[in-house]
Design a protein around this ligand. Sequence first.
Ligand code: URP
Ligand code: ZN
Ligand code: ZN
Length: 538
Amino acid sequence: MAISQIISLFLLHLLLPLASISLSQSSHQLICEVGTGNGGLVGGISPLPASLSKLLIKGGTVVNAHRQERADVYVEDGIIVAVKPNIKVGDEVTVLDATGRYVMPGGIDPHTHLDAEFMGTVAVDDFFSGQAAALAGGTTMHIDFVHPVNGSLMSGFEAYEKKASKSCMDYGFHMVIRHWDESVSKEMEIMVKEKGINSFKFFMAYKGTFMVDDEVLLRGMKRCKSLGALAMVHAENGDAVFEGQKRMIELGITGPEGHALSRPPMLEAEATTRAIRLARFVNTPLYVVHVMSIDAMEEIAKARKTGQKVIGEPVVSGLVLDDSKLWDPDFITAAKYVMSPPIRESGHNKALQAALSTGVLQLVGTDHCTFNSSQKAFGIDDFRKIPNGVNGIEERMHLVWDTMVESGQISVTDYVRITSTECARIFNIYPRKGAILVGSDADIIIFNPNSSFEINPRSHHSRTNTNVYEGRKGKGKVEVTISRGRIVWKDDELKVAPGSGKYIPMPPFGFLFDGIEKTDAKLISSFKAPVLRFKSDV
Ligand code: URP
Ligand code: ZN
Ligand code: ZN
């Protein structure tokens, strides 16, 4: 990073409000503090104790995506100011002993739906409860999906600004495109140039609500390209899914298993390859969210082999679960696993892990979109009415460690890459996020590879009363989470402040756009057209 960039990051952080007061205590060792953010908060304001603004993490192994080293990390006012061995500090500095631990960038979850209005209900985790859960699991930033309101991107953005005002960790936004007209095209430009959004998502499924047709997708991709924004797709053939659902109901299959049967992997693969080909036709990068099947993954692998810039994001549920629970005789047990695309039968999970370990897929999200059992019960007589979505924001870091690192499939540096750095790079906020480097935000976890975790819906921090990972145990534990230099998770206790999280604007034209004008020019020159023809009398 250039010195000037480091200095400007520094100045930016010095300007941030730094105050909080203790307010109340609730369950799960969650100590809630009120901050000075934009939370519409009650109570007075007192400065942060000095110990929170100066922090030394001593004796650990610092892991970045590019290398690991034995070093101390010194933090002031939320920014990393030194990474080197044997840093000496005065008594005013809080010292954390990280001996025998990894010191890594906090996780970044590229795919969440907090406080989302979806399928006639609202996801139970809002920007406070979902983020508190994330911090307890070592994730320090997430990117959520803003939906337009009454067709307006700006109204949608403003609505999400409000929802996010209670944030206790940093966050960014993607924007969903649901229809096409001149005003959407104009508002996309405003979102990119004035609001810090550099990605737009197109749903190829959810016919009748979110789904867009190929014309909207094509126009949207073209507009994304001109703005330097990344086009993202939920890739399932929505028309065929609709047909599949009807077929299930006609067969009398109304339970959660009908969800999986109505939208098989071939429909995910069809939409994935269609989106890939349209992105290739437009010559713009593509990001495929929640890749759940071998079939879709192989389409991405094929495209990447040709040199096309396609990013594939598996989610934790697809990596570690299989579809067997959808056949559970207890409706509530089965319904909690309903998400789209569906969790696939065993074998897809292992193949997605392998694709992640070999670089065919690049980063891991969660698609955290939680509903209580009472909401899942809306679909007791008809699987089409079960709100789609599972949890994962709190569990991702542990499950990815256990599944990928503990099993020997990837290195610790690769773990940092797929849980944090790659997301920061793709969405153009690296190295402010996703790195333990001088000048980066102090979003840090201290991870003990010799400890262990166990997942339990009675002790998790999400508001949902179920957990699709219930009962899972494994090696490794996030012992400390530091968010912008503040210790927010330690000794199994959360100290979080509504309003302390900050919106992270994401600039356009990330690295995926490098060279696009050259490939455009090459394509046009390959046309050998227009052909100069002599006018002849006919
Ligand atoms: O089932 C899911 N995935 N729910 C969240 C919305 C989406 O499709 O990403
Ligand atoms: Zn989706
Ligand atoms: Zn999603």
